[in-house]
Write a protein that binds this ligand. Structure first.
Ligand SMILES: Cc1cc2nc3c(=O)[nH]c(=O)nc-3n(C[C@H](O)[C@H](O)[C@H](O)COP(=O)(O)O)c2cc1C
Length: 183
């Protein structure tokens, strides 16, 4: 892995120190020391509500939390969604962040749309006993959204666990975490 990589971890669980975070930390520990890591909690501070201003209105440059997250995104080579499975989809905080892409990409001065094809997207997801078919809607949502921006979904790391910390018992997930970012 080249050392000019910069990983942005976007944590979307609605609880602290959950399984997704534990798994992501495990995977991140295997990154070379020179690789920059930035960790953000999408729930704190939370993004504001997204407003669709595509037709008959216009978008100003993002401000506040949105501007900071966009800057984090632009600075990153790799965007890692650390997101548990909620109702067969992405948690609301992760989905809201994706909705804000629709804003950022429409402000040419941000350079967002031009920059995204140079980035890779990853998903680290805890779930509780779901089948591949039940997990697919969440993965596909992220895959298709990333594809739309021409940023490939580079990998998906799943952990089967419910109570916080229980992912440590999913030995296959822990082993997969240790080699996740080397792919
Ligand atoms: C609102 C909510 C919805 C959930 N929906 C699902 C689901 O659809 N499928 C599933 O397998 N687990 C579901 N779970 C269980 C979580 O995915 C599981 O507890 C996971 O370990 C939480 O990850 P975290 O510790 O990173 O927050 C749900 C949990 C919550 C709180």
């Amino acid at each position: 892995m080249t050392t000019d990589r910069h990983f942005l971890f976007l944590c979307a669980s609605a609880r602290p120190n959950g399984n997704s975070l534990m798994l992501a930390r495990r995977a991140a520990a295997a990154l070379p020391a020179e690789v920059v890591q930035t960790w953000r909690d999408l729930n704190d501070p939370a993004l504001p509500a997204f407003h669709d201003r595509r037709h008959g209105d216009h978008y100003d440059a993002p401000e506040g939390v949105a501007a900071a997250l966009m800057a984090d995104t632009l600075a990153a080579s790799d965007i890692v969604f650390v997101a548990p499975l909620y109702w067969y989809g992405l948690p609301a905080a992760a989905k809201l962040y994706l909705d804000h892409w629709s804003h950022w990409m429409r402000v040419p001065a941000t350079g967002f749309k031009a920059a995204m094809p140079q980035k890779r997207v990853w998903l680290v997801m805890a779930h509780s006993g779901s089948t591949p078919a039940q997990i697919a809607p969440a993965v596909d949502c992220l895959r298709f959204s990333a594809d739309y921006m021409h940023a490939p979904l580079a990998g998906v790391l799943l952990g089967d666990a419910n109570a916080p910390g229980a992912v440590a018992d999913d030995l296959a997930a822990i082993a997969a975490a240790d080699r996740f970012f080397t792919t």
